[in-house]
Design a protein around this ligand. Structure first.
Ligand SMILES: Cc1cc2nc3c(=O)[nH]c(=O)nc-3n(C[C@H](O)[C@H](O)[C@H](O)COP(=O)(O)O)c2cc1C
Length: 438
């Protein structure tokens, strides 16, 4: 019903509302012994925070984490990890007008229609605050991926009609907009100033790159890596489109242009965005996502009342002019959760297929043992019949001694314990003895 659980082998649950006591997550399935410190998690969370710039919401949260379980002395224990962040800077009175009014563009209307009840304060469960839990889980998954040499990073590549021509990682982490092109940064900032002055908001596009992924993650057909990555990023509030590689551009391309040609050193181009047939190709995974303009704007709009009346209204409260820069770290987190889950799954397949293979070998040997045993019983019955016909004693102590002697020799040659082999043969000889009595 709530749709708050994610992942196959790594299970993530996020919980909490914007103006509730706390937001947080439970992550289950992380192996024991992974080093992860409070500081590392908080560093990731800092990247998601609104910040103190004119284009961010102005809500000032310390985002200090409280580890409730699953970590001990800076290492994961293998048990469910539960981490929370208390909400401190809430101003619920700003949302009083939204008690019985639905904002255009937000989720107020659909939440009410579905559940018949809604926490109208700060967007409730569909607030950007929900993403705190995702980023905490992402920080742990990024650590898992690092062990495999996999790195994830992202930035803003479009804001309104301003398009970045460069993707400069160093610059992204130095500027509050996470804009990827230093030459275009000033234009982007000016645009945001103008949009904010107009009481409006603006959308954009982000790009996420994943490097170092081996060519085997993802499964055709319903668990294609591109399907899982796109779904995970689409689950972030405000994302309206996700592309892999050349994405929507491929509709205008020819095969001769789109096909990534092979060379001895790898693919010459990367139009596929590092995924073929739902399986990672070993090349860089490239994801782009379109972010809608923040729905809460300060212009007069048509709101709907719970009684079905259309009301002209302007909202109050603190809102981001754009959420693009904030979504980058959330999208990085979602991608790392999908990939850590995929790697865990891959390991499980390998383990289980090795076990399966060995079991099949054992099954073949067991069948051979049983066939030989049945053959042995048949022959010993034949001997019994011959002995009876020739009036010879049925039981021979000498013969039994001979058999036990060869068991001892076999034990020395094979390394299987003498007592085990003797026990097995005593049981086999018991079958013959039963036949003798009958
Ligand atoms: C990090 C982050 C911050 C957000 N900040 C705001 C905000 O300040 N005001 C607002 O109205 N929506 C904000 N949103 C967007 C809403 O959560 C989003 O529009 C809503 O969940 C519905 O989006 P959907 O139709 O794509 O599901 C934010 C989303 C994220 C991920």
């Amino acid at each position: 019903m709530s749709g708050s659980t994610f992942g196959k082998f790594l299970k993530l649950i996020t919980f909490g509302e914007s103006h509730g006591k706390c937001v947080g997550m439970v992550l289950d399935g992380v192996k024991p012994g992974l080093d992860i410190s409070k500081e590392e998690i908080e560093n990731e969370l800092r990247k998601r925070k609104p910040g103190e710039t004119f284009f961010s919401s102005g809500r000032k949260e310390g985002d200090e984490i409280e580890i409730l379980s699953g970590l001990f002395n800076g290492k994961t224990t293998g048990h469910p990890i539960c981490i929370i962040v208390k909400n401190r800077d809430v101003r619920s009175k700003d949302y009083e007008d939204l008690k019985s009014l639905f904002r255009p563009g937000h989720a107020d209307y659909t939440i009410f229609k579905k559940y018949g009840i809604r926490d109208y304060r700060g967007g409730g469960r569909l607030s950007g605050r929900e993403t705190v839990g995702r980023v905490i889980a992402g920080s742990i998954c990024k650590k898992i991926l690092k062990k495999y040499g996999i790195e994830i990073y992202g930035g803003v590549i479009e804001l309104g009609d301003i398009k970045a021509e460069r993707f400069d990682i160093d610059f992204i982490y130095k500027n509050p907009l996470k804009f990827s092109d230093p030459e275009k940064y000033e234009y982007a900032e000016k645009l945001l100033e103008r949009v904010k002055d107009e009481g409006d908001s603006i959308g954009g596009k982000i790009k996420i790159l994943i490097e170092g992924l081996p060519p085997k993650i993802g499964d055709p057909v319903f668990d294609k890596l591109d399907a899982l990555l796109c779904g995970s990023i689409m689950s972030i509030g405000g994302i309206k489109g996700v592309e892999i590689g050349r994405g929507f551009e491929v509709s205008k391309m020819r095969g001769s242009e789109n096909n990534d040609q092979f060379s001895k050193d790898g693919f010459i181009t990367n139009n596929s965005g590092g995924i073929l047939g739902g399986i990672s190709s070993g090349d860089t995974i490239e994801i782009k996502a379109s972010v809608k303009p923040t729905p809460s704007i300060f212009l007069e709009q048509n709101f709907l009342s719970e009684d079905g009346e259309v009301v002209k209204h302007k909202i109050k409260g603190r809102h981001d002019v754009t959420i693009c820069h904030r979504v980058v770290s959330v999208a990085e987190a979602m991608a790392s959760i999908v990939l850590a889950d995929g790697i865990l799954y891959q390991e499980k397949i390998r383990e289980s297929s090795e076990i399966e293979r060995k079991r099949m070998e054992i099954d073949l040997i067991d069948t051979e043992i049983l066939n030989l045993l049945s053959e042995r019983i048949k022959i010993s019955r034949e001997i019994l019949r011959l002995k009876k016909r020739e009036n010879l004693p049925l039981f021979s102590k000498e013969r039994e001694k001979e058999i036990f002697e060869s068991c001892k020799i076999f034990s020395r040659l094979s390394g299987v314990s003498e007592s085990d082999i003797l026990e097995i043969f005593q049981k086999i000889l018991e079958v013959s003895k039963k036949d003798e009595k009958d």
